[in-house]
Design a protein around this ligand. Structure first.
Ligand code: CA
Length: 229
């Protein structure tokens, strides 16, 4: 049976005590946590483990967090990165976000805040701790690996299921084609977004035949699922 996998988090932090605290807090929140203390180790680990989210300290003993981010993005890994840093200047914050980071956490931080932000990043990227997702009369039940529409079970292929799950965990938000490619297929199709359209169209035929439609195309960007207004 399909299970929601435990999210994998990589902590990149050279201060042992902070790293230890983060590992314990995220572990308690039900995540699988690995940690490394240098930028080079982080790059190697992201390549091999492809974590679901990375907490990345900016000041590291070898290459800094920005360089780690640049190199893993070059490698084609597009998962969420949350920067950790003691530097609380607007310029650093802007640099962290414009260089492709998803969030920016300033030290000292409250552990609950870090856990909450990691959970938000996971939900955005299609990992969710909710077991049953609902949009309008459509339900996706991860425990039963089942999709129901008005109570009727609908049979989906594993890829259709994963795609619908990603849309539903981001209900109300636009999910871009590249996010879908990366999350649902987990590797880079080199911009072959036609495959996404094909799967969206088969999904529509199975779960979204009735008006008002739930799945919306956002031209040139991606898709969003929304409950009827
Ligand atoms: Ca540091």
């Amino acid at each position: 049976m399909y299970r929601v996998s435990t999210p994998n988090v990589l902590v990149v932090e050279d201060e042992d005590n902070i790293s230890f605290l983060l590992e314990s807090a995220l572990g308690l929140a039900g995540m699988e946590v690995a940690s490394v203390a240098t930028g080079e180790a982080a790059i190697a680990r992201i390549r091999t483990d492809r974590p679901d989210v990375v907490l990345l300290d900016i000041m590291l003993p070898d290459v800094d967090g920005y360089e780690v981010l640049r190199r893993v993005r070059n490698d084609g890994w597009s998962g969420p990165i949350l920067f950790l840093t003691a530097r609380d200047s607007a310029a650093e914050r802007v640099r962290g976000l414009t260089s492709g980071g998803d969030d920016y956490i300033t030290k000292p931080f409250a552990l609950e805040e870090v856990v909450a932000r990691v959970q938000v990043a996971l939900r955005r990227s299609g990992h969710s701790d909710e077991v049953t997702l609902r949009v309008g009369e459509l339900e996706l039940d991860d425990e039963a690996y089942e999709v129901r529409c008005k109570g009727d079970v609908i049979h989906l292929t594993p890829t259709e299921y994963k795609l619908l799950r990603m849309l539903m965990s981001n209900a109300g938000r636009v999910v871009t084609r590249s996010q879908i490619l990366d999350h649902v297929w987990e590797y880079d199709f080199d911009g072959e977004s036609a495959i996404v359209e094909t799967f969206i169209s088969s999904l529509r035929k199975k779960v979204d035949l009735d008006e008002p439609h739930l799945i919306h195309t956002v031209r040139g960007v991606g898709y969003a699922i929304r409950p009827p207004r």
